[in-house]
Ligand binder design. Structure first.
Ligand code: ZN
Length: 315
């Protein structure tokens, strides 16, 4: 059955599969089998499938799979009852139950909190199960994450991954995403790059996507992503690009993932990739280009193939 969160033994935390993926690619966790069922007192083994895959074939999206059969007698997952989390009530303002509408809004943050990658000091003498139990207070947070009520997203990769998941489970139409207090439907938040006029694009940044070439440029110290389709300004076609200086990659925690993908695409006979970028394209001073400026590699996702499941979404 689908499992939204699991307990990561290595991170000593209840995390969703997206976060497990980030942790793996930033070297914080290493073993995709080092997870436990999130149920009460349960230590059934869980695997985070595809955590170590750098491809973004969403037919094999990163997800948890319960391997162990030895669930505890109290395990809510095994009994298919909601997780019983003792701190849950304390975290909600009194008398307030999360409304359905709230529960399906994901929050997109443009930068990660300082603590996102923090290593936790842990006592190696404590066995896995004791540690899991001792982190019971975190279950409240896990519960909130699970309902989606404070479902925080920090990267375009996660948004794309959720979009595809919602598309697959049929809930896409009802799903919304909030950025800086404004919310939009997932469907309107992702836009393909076609021959659109710059002046007619949304005033707010969105996620734009399409096939692109990846080249090395300048004094070989940056990658240039050049979309196959061009934007326009009036009658003029604008070459649409994103510049990724090596320095930007150097400063990024999940650089192993980005460099693996960029290198693999760049070295291929046909160096093309399916790119997602969050931003608002601007016309260059010379007037010939439409450029996306990104300050952070969480704002981009590089995929080897078009990840959309249905024909409808293809470019
Ligand atoms: Zn269990």
């Amino acid at each position: 059955m689908a499992l939204d969160i699991a307990y990561s033994i290595e991170a000593d935390d209840f995390i969703d599969a997206d976060r497990a993926y980030d942790y793996f690619w930033s070297d914080r966790i290493k073993d995709k089998t080092a997870f436990l069922c999130p149920g009460t007192n349960c230590s059934a083994k869980v695997t985070c499938a595809n955590m170590d895959k750098d491809t973004q074939d969403m037919k094999v999206v990163v997800h948890y799979r319960i391997i162990g059969k030895n669930h505890s007698s109290e395990c809510e997952i095994d009994q298919k009852t909601p997780l019983n989390l003792i701190y849950e009530k304390n975290n909600l303002p009194s008398g307030q139950n999360p409304a359905i509408d709230d529960s399906i809004v994901d929050q997109f943050f443009l930068s990660r909190p300082e603590s996102y990658y923090n290593e936790k000091a842990h006592d190696p003498l404590q066995d896995e199960r004791k540690r899991k139990t001792s982190t019971a207070s975190k279950k409240a947070l896990a519960r909130l994450r699970e309902t989606g009520r404070t479902s925080s997203i920090y990267s375009v990769r996660q948004i794309v991954s959720r979009y595809l998941r919602y598309q697959k489970d049929g809930s896409l139409k009802h799903r919304r995403i909030a950025i800086r207090g404004n919310d939009a439907t997932y469907e309107s938040f992702l836009q393909s790059i076609r021959e659109d006029d710059l002046g007619e694009l949304s005033n707010s940044p969105l996620i734009y996507y399409g096939w692109a070439y990846i080249n090395r440029v300048r004094a070989d110290d940056a990658y240039q992503i050049k979309f196959k389709k061009k934007l326009k300004s009036g009658e003029k076609s604008l070459t649409t690009t994103i510049l990724i200086p090596d320095q930007l990659i150097e400063n990024y925690r999940i650089k192993k993932l980005i460099t693996t993908r960029l290198k693999k695409v760049h070295e291929a006979a046909h160096p093309t990739a399916f790119i997602f970028v969050y931003g608002k394209p601007k016309q260059s001073k010379s007037g010939d280009y439409a450029n996306f400026h990104i300050s952070n590699l969480d704002m981009i996702d590089i995929s080897y193939s078009c990840p959309f499941l249905s024909q409808h979404d293809k470019v």
